[in-house]
Design a protein around this ligand. Sequence first.
Ligand SMILES: CN1c2c(nc(N)[nH]c2=O)NC[C@@H]1CNc1ccc(C(=O)N[C@@H](CCC(=O)N[C@@H](CCC(=O)N[C@@H](CCC(=O)O)C(=O)O)C(=O)O)C(=O)O)cc1
Ligand SMILES: N[C@@H](CCS)C(=O)O
Ligand SMILES: [Zn+2]
Length: 758
Amino acid sequence: MAITHNLGFPRIGAKRELKFALESYWKGQSSLDALKAAGAELRQQHWTDQSQLDWSPVGDFAFYDQVLDMSFTLGNLPERVRGLSGDSLDNYFRIARGRSAADETCGGVQASEMTKWFDTNYHYIVPELSKSTVFSLDASRLIDEFRQARRLNVKAKPVIIGPLTYLWLGKTKDNSDKLALLPRLLPIYVQLLAELAICGAEWVQIDEPILVTELEPIWQQAFVSTYSTLNTNHVKLLLATYFGQLRENLALACRLPVQGLHVDAFNARDEILDVIRKLPVDCVLSLGVVNGRNIWRANLAATLDWLEPIHEKLGNRLWLAPSCSLLHVPVDITSEYKLDTELRSWLSFALQKLNELSTLSAALNNGRHFVERELRDNQMAISARKISTRVHNPAVKEALARINANMERRTSPYSERTHKQREQLQLPPYPTTTIGSFPQTEEIRRARSLFKQGELSESSYNTAMREQIAHSVREQESLGLDVLVHGEAERNDMVEYFGEQLEGYAFSQFGWVQSYGSRCVKPPIMFGDILRPKPMTVKWIQYAQSLTHRPMKGMLTGPVTILNWSFVRDDQPRTVSCQQLALAIREEVLDLESAGIRVIQIDEAALREGLPLRKAQWHEYLQWAIGAFRIAANGVRDNTQIHTHMCYSEFNDIIASIADMDADVITIETSRSDMELLDAFDHFNYPNEIGPGVYDIHSPNIPTQEHIIHLMQKAAKRIPAQRLWVNPDCGLKTRTWSEVIPALRNMVAAAHTLRSTM
Ligand SMILES: CN1c2c(nc(N)[nH]c2=O)NC[C@@H]1CNc1ccc(C(=O)N[C@@H](CCC(=O)N[C@@H](CCC(=O)N[C@@H](CCC(=O)O)C(=O)O)C(=O)O)C(=O)O)cc1
Ligand SMILES: N[C@@H](CCS)C(=O)O
Ligand SMILES: [Zn+2]
């Protein structure tokens, strides 16, 4: 009997119920009890949704983030929030979101750092560690949720983050050795497992995804000692790895003293026979056979061809699951009634992936004839997609074949271009600018929502958006910014917006995926060859430019970021998809230039997060990713200034590739690291211009002029002042105008002071 289970379910809710409950509580419009009740209701719904499985996850629900939940379970809270008033959930939100000094209950509290979860577009709250960190168990959340599941007769499998992955994800400010904390951490895990056992847990899923990364020997050794300590017979442990191949960690993972091992059989299928050979004969093997990271329907017949002999060999020891938690896919394709039926038949969201698992297990346990109809249906959809003319466009393939090295090169080097650009733009030293978006107010979103529902005409919507653009231009002029932006009011999202306008892309109505906290994205679905039927941004930027004499930045998302934040094709290499996107963006860049736009920003916020988890594969990725950016950006004349922007980045290890992009200006996130990230640019002698972000846009706190000057002076010690720009860390779409105006006022004033001291 093959057993089915799930590693984690999307917690935001099919209609983003959690988002609305959270935001209502944060705005003071509903009570904590109401929020907790909404959480309980969602958990119940999600267990109902998974009721066909043999085991369902518990503890995968989080009000903000599962890593922050684990920090609470382990009693690892930053000192600055200890002893503050209110419910522990309030403290949890303080760490996640920070609190401005105006908050009467606690004064200002700085949020913890947030960074991306492995190579996904999900962001977690980074555990803060130091050599004096102590841990203490608070199992209450897990136990309460486990009891809730048991009351509902759910066969519940608690899910926790393993101790080594937890430490690996954490950051030490004092540069101390994180592994030195292990002896203090392990007793807490032992206690936690014991408490879960007392409550009746039979299996606990313990996630150690770092096993798919290159680990130093000391971390590999720590796995052996850690799992010997955790192997206490309290509960059975299912060690879960995902997001890639185990490679050199395969033998290690197979010999750890656990009762079950989950491996990503979608991305590491060719390793599975080796895993079976190496795994002890009494150990459960959970195969992640359905891709938890993408939305294509699984090829069930092909999967069964491969699985049947394995099932014959393993029998009851074989478990089936998605490759990873389903956190990274939307909930239900059947809600997408606006997608045509053909396209819909190619897709599988979380609920459909669970159905696929059930069909696979039924076929293994009872024979394929038992699920004949499901298998036939599946085969028809798979075959139709393979030969569909909607997928393949000969014109795009021809354009791809015409790509040549010249398309990637600017006419002159930066040292020559810069003079032409300075002459054309006439900017002061320390020019000020912003990253692109201004607040996406409720008014803007409501207008778009009404437009999409057909309750607002296209011309009224366009007028409303133009008014917003005009408003943001007026504000920027009165603040005295030097290079203006149109504010991106018309964009739902910096990637989805482009997906909506490109042929070869489909977009969903409810395909929300959590990005962080209550914030979600709806990744567009790349299903066919990419073509730009008409200009996508030109009329908005032209309109914005018509309102001001100052330079208006054209604002685009780059090919690598569009690719990395989309659901991409699985029937051609990512490189090919990326080149198709690059050609589309290149056409847009050239159209903006022809329309008289002198500065064009091409955001590559996700360039770094697309890096493979293993360093050995970085070079290959960077080669094609940077190549795609260069195709998109470098067709312009010397006097057109190309900007790029990146956030959530560490630059040391990819600085040569960043320089190779050859953007005239790069704006980056640096303020949270006190400009230390600039060291990479300094050591490398980065030749072009840089705008190191001077304030953290994720926080409502208003930066002072003094603080900005202090940061820029630090920057000027590393980069010559003539090549520095002054700007925030990232776009301002999540902030309010009441936060943006004083912050930018201080930023502009700081730039004036800096100029006067040159
Ligand atoms: C820079 N970041 C981005 C990432 N990935 C992207 N694809 N895009 C990014 O910008 N990854 C890394 C970071 C993550 N950061 C963020 C920041 C902010 C958000 C965010 O604010 N998301 C919004 C949803 C945005 C959106 O698509 N909005 C739509 C739909 C609005 C809507 O829900 N309308 C309601 C009605 C509302 C009303 O007032 O009546 C409806 O239609 O029902 C739009 O603007 O049209 C969020 O709210 O979560 C995400 C990632
Ligand atoms: N231009 C985008 C970049 C975000 S990374 C914005 O300002 O929101
Ligand atoms: Zn950004």
